[in-house]
Every structure is written in structure tokens, then in C-alpha cells.
Write a protein that binds this ligand. Sequence first.
Ligand code: MRU
Length: 358
Amino acid sequence: MKIEGKEYRTIWFDDNSQTVKIIDQTKLPHQFIIKDLKTVKEAINAIKIMEVRGAPLIGGTAAYGIALAVKENNDPNFIKKSSEDLIQSRPTAINLKWAIERMMKKLSGINSKDILKVALKEANDICDEDEKFCENIGLNGLKIIEDIYNKKKDTVNILTHCNAGWLATINWGTATSPIYHAHKKGIPVHVWVDETRPRNQGANLTSYELNEEEVLNTIIADNTGGILMQRGDVDVCIVGTDRTLSTGDVCNKIGTYLKALAAHDNKVPFYVALPSSTIDWDIKDFKDIPIEKRNPEELSHLEGLDENNDIKKVLIYPKKSKALNLAFDVTPAKYITGLITEKGICEASSDALKKMFS
Ligand code: MRU
């Protein structure tokens, strides 16, 4: 998708510099900086400090992280240790484990002469596949927006949470892909963007990328969705996910669950968009999902531009207050109207998911 009119993917391998290039998302929306990752350690750090984030992009970065490890030292013990360190970089998004396991499987038994070429190709294939899947999610989800527009004959208002946009994937996004497809088709759409405290991925990333693609959007405080739904100002909610269980329960950015409850109470359809790499086929009970607990400083401090256009961080809480920063919650399947996947739209249930992906 575009930034200042130029097409980008969120991550790529640059043949000239022999480095992995990323867009540093900690600096957006105020600064657009492309950063080099030269080592697996740098890839791990980029995931940890969220220079790259969003489940599919975390997976893509981990895949390139393995390739960087191979480039540094193709000793199997080093590659294995690197894969274990990468897996620890963030706990909740299942795409991380999925991508690392796929890379390690591909590399097993490959001789040292070919291993770097194979690793780079597999990382690239993982990213190409994610882009294609997200495009298909968009084409499948487009039908939902089209149906609403055909009945309403007026702008379709979509509410989304966090950033499940192209910046969270390789391209297109998951939740945003149907929106971009509708916009490209000329269907009038407007997006209510949940600010998404504490890191403000909605305001900083979703609104930013929608602006760059000229999609109408309005940032709202996280608690505003309820009243908008009561007033009939939301036609549909579409969100992403970091881990969807085979039961249809969906783990996503903290606050998603409350939006789903409000949608259920107001009979607003609530869809979750995901590539199959985000499905966890092993865990059955959502209480077993590892929920990331992040630094309370993300709550107590805010970052923004000061009067000199410099990025500044300020404390907004009482100095003595404690804060709890859980990064994700789980929306039970019963509140989900449907899952929009690369293969089609299905019910959030184990039978439907099994049927779709068997
Ligand atoms: O903590 P983040 O910014 O990595 O969380 C991202 C989300 O919760 C997204 O909704 C999810 O990863 C889906 S991305 C297509």
C-alpha cells in the first residue's frame, strides 16, 4: 500500500545491502523511517520493542530473522538457539511460532552451501503468501461491505480496533483489506478508528495508513464505540486477531472483547479477519492462551510532538500509582458473526473452521 504516493511492503530483503528492511513503526505517524536489520538479535529486538508488530508481520520478521541467523553463522546449533530466542520475543501472536516452525522444517537437512539461499527464499515465500492471503481476505470481506451498501445506499460505517491494517501484515492488512477493496471499487466507506490505548496503534497506525490511501476515517476514544452503536452509526465491526483458537474464540488487542459485547447488544455484525497462519489448532481453552503483560510505562507515559515538532514523552499518571498493562483479551466465539479468511467467510466454530481448512 502507499505512503506519500509510493508503494511499500512492510518488510523486504534488500539484495544490495544484504539486510532486511523494515518500517520503524515506533516512529509513526510523526516520522517515516526505514531501518536495516542485520542480525537475528536485531530482528528479535525489533519484535520486542514493536518496531514491527501485528501478528502476520511478527511472523514475517521471525522468518527473516532465521534467514539472518543463517547468514551470520550456519552452524545448526546457532540456528536452533536463534529460533528459540526468536520464539520468546513476544508471547501472544501465534504467527511467530508458526513462521519459525515452517522455516526450521524447511532448513532441516539442507546442506551448508545452499542453506542461506533456501532460508531467504522461504522467508520471502512466507511474506508473498501472507500478502496473497490478505488480498483474498479483502475480496471475501468486500461482499459484506457491498451487501450493506446495496441495502443502505449510503456510506458504510465500519468500526475497527487496534491496527490490523497493512502495517500489521506484509500488505493489504486483514481487517482493513475489505475496506481498501471497497474503497478501490468506489463504495463510500468511513472508518471509526478506536484509538487503542495504551500504545495507540489505532490512532498512530490505522488512521495514518487510511489517510495515506485517502479512506475517510475518524479516531474515537476507546469507549466511544458503544454509544455510536446505540445511535446506529456503526454498520459493521471488523477487527484482526493474534491467535484464533480452533473453537472460534478470538484473542486480539485489549478492548476487542468489550467492543464485541457492545456489538452483540446492539445487533451490529462483528467480524474477525485472519489468515490461516493465525489459527492455533492446539490450544482448546482460551484461558491457556499466553496473554502478554507489558511495561506499565506504556500506560503512565504518553509520547507525541512538542511545540518544536520534537518527539517527547510525558508522565500522565500520579507518580505513586500502579498500573496493569495486559495487551490482549479474548472474544468468545458466540459474539462473532463470522471469520473472514483467505478461503472464504465461515462461522466462528470448530466445525466450520475444520471444514474450511481440511
Ligand atoms: O500489540 P500489537 O500491535 O502487535 O497488536 C496487534 C493486534 O492486536 C492486531 O489486531 C492483530 O495482530 C491482527 S494484525 C492483522
